[in-house]
Design a protein around this ligand. Sequence first.
Ligand SMILES: [Fe+2]
Ligand SMILES: [Fe+2]
Length: 229
Amino acid sequence: MPHWFQRRYLDLLGSIYVYNEHRGYTAIDRVIEAVRARWPGDRQLIDKIEKHRADERKHYLMFRRWFERRGMMPLAVGPTCGHIDRFVGIMFRSTIDDLDPLAVVGRDDLFERMCRVISLTEKRGHRQVEILLRHPIVRSDRQLVKIFQIIREDEPSHWAPYDEWLETHGRRPPRWWERAIDRAIHSELLFVKLPLLFLATWTRRLARWPDEFDPRPPATPTLERPFAH
Ligand SMILES: [Fe+2]
Ligand SMILES: [Fe+2]
């Protein structure tokens, strides 16, 4: 396989992960605030979502470090490559930033919808990591393999709090049509957006790291060292 192809593939893959991990923990920040406001006494739920947030930030930092070692910035791929952005867009007809988390958490029917969206997204992420860990181009990069192995271990605890909430509140699990939307979003990314981005060699790189614009410091500074697993 030509060297440039391999480099471009990894460059894009890393950039998409940088975007999605960062989008993940910044979106969860908004959920945590709303959950705290509605169920201040539910320490178990809050702790689990906090842990989810800390993991996603850890993942983001692992990819940031991976790029730093390569001596380059990620490609500016943006929300069109964000699985959760597309999913929320379809299910709530709103962008994540325009969605009022307090309004969602304040209504059980909307909160259960959000739980299913997050759970499906996390399960999709887990399956994708399994595939990537078998991919020969990914396997050629030892640091990347290590990163994906850590993500594979973390992922099951990410969908657990949302599945548990649905179960304990007698709400239904995802239906076939929700799974179909999840599948369609993933296929679109894989078979339409990724090949287009691959060819768009003019795509610019980020000038700053996304976390430089974060509104608040990380909730769990002990997880700052991303490879300390
Ligand atoms: Fe993640
Ligand atoms: Fe995750």
